[in-house]
Write a protein that binds this ligand. Structure first.
Ligand SMILES: [Zn+2]
Length: 275
């Protein structure tokens, strides 16, 4: 599933094509459940003739801010792809939603596994949505002191806590494993047991893995493509997530193990990340 660096890369590739463009047509194919809210008819009516002022991101959601002050939220889930194409390019059966722009281009939403969702929110609905998501890890407002208080104030197992979007925005399985490994912290530890030093180190490593992945336009394991249809180049830079069980740790040579934590497969170096 795309995480912060992948979704932000999609946002950056869409922004120059979409900012300032007016939506001239809205089409939803047979798979209408790709629109979560409102119903498809209202979705279409409210979108037509509105102008996209900018493309934003909140956590793992792409946002289309509209001149009407409505906001479209798009969650790509497993295999969702948003791209800008010429309408003459043939669409396959996995394209479920498309927007005609006034400049003749088309925004296409393609999703093989159909888990992705589009929603059209009013300003008030968007404020509630925004409040339901935790702080953005790359924003300077999230200080080490604040992050320490967030962790120490909860008695939760670290790995599922980091994946909880209400706790922290945009981190998923790949970057949680990478950050915990680099910080030398076992993912099964309880958040309240971390020292202030460990909390600060964890935030530092979360920021490093996210910003480095962003620099390399995200990690493509299989499906992820940016708004221009290009894969990311970060896979070879991962230090633990992409390793196999029993591969030697890059730092100490200990065989890497895989544990199921909060129902998610988690790669750990038992020496670098003591429990
Ligand atoms: Zn190690």
């Amino acid at each position: 599933m795309p995480e912060l660096p992948e979704v932000e890369t999609v946002r950056r590739t869409l922004q120059p094509h979409l900012a300032g463009r007016t939506i001239a047509g809205v089409h939803v194919g047979e798979y209408q459940r790709c629109v979560a809210t409102p119903d498809v008819e209202e979705f279409r009516e409210r979108l037509i003739d509105s102008r996209i002022t900018r493309v934003g991101r909140r956590g793992k959601f792409i946002l289309l801010h509209l001149s009407t002050s409505d906001v479209v939220t798009i969650h790509l889930r497993m295999t969702g792809e948003v791209s800008i194409v010429d309408p003459v390019v043939p669409a396959d059966a996995h394209v479920h939603l498309w927007l005609d722009l006034e400049n003749g281009k088309q925004v296409r939403y393609r999703d093989v596994r159909k888990f992705g969702r589009w929603s059209l929110l009013t300003e008030n609905q968007y404020a509630i949505f925004d409040d339901s998501i935790g702080p953005e890890p790359l924003e300077p407002e999230l200080t080490a002191e604040k992050f320490t208080a967030m962790l120490q104030g909860r008695k939760r197992i670290l790995k599922p806590l980091l994946l909880d979007q209400q706790f922290l925005a945009g981190v998923g399985n790949i970057y949680a494993d990478e950050a915990l490994y680099r910080a030398g912290i076992h993912p099964r530890r309880h958040s309240c047991d971390l020292s202030a030093n460990e909390c600060e180190r964890l935030l530092h490593e979360i920021r490093l893995v996210l910003s480095s992945a962003l620099e390399h336009r995200g990690t493509t394991l299989r499906d992820y493509r940016d708004g221009n249809g290009e894969p990311g180049e970060n896979l070879s830079r991962l230090q633990i997530y992409s390793r196999s069980v029993d591969d030697p740790c890059h730092r100490c040579g200990t065989p890497i193990v895989r544990e199921l934590i909060g129902q998610r497969g988690t790669k750990i170096c038992p020496t670098c990340q003591p429990i």
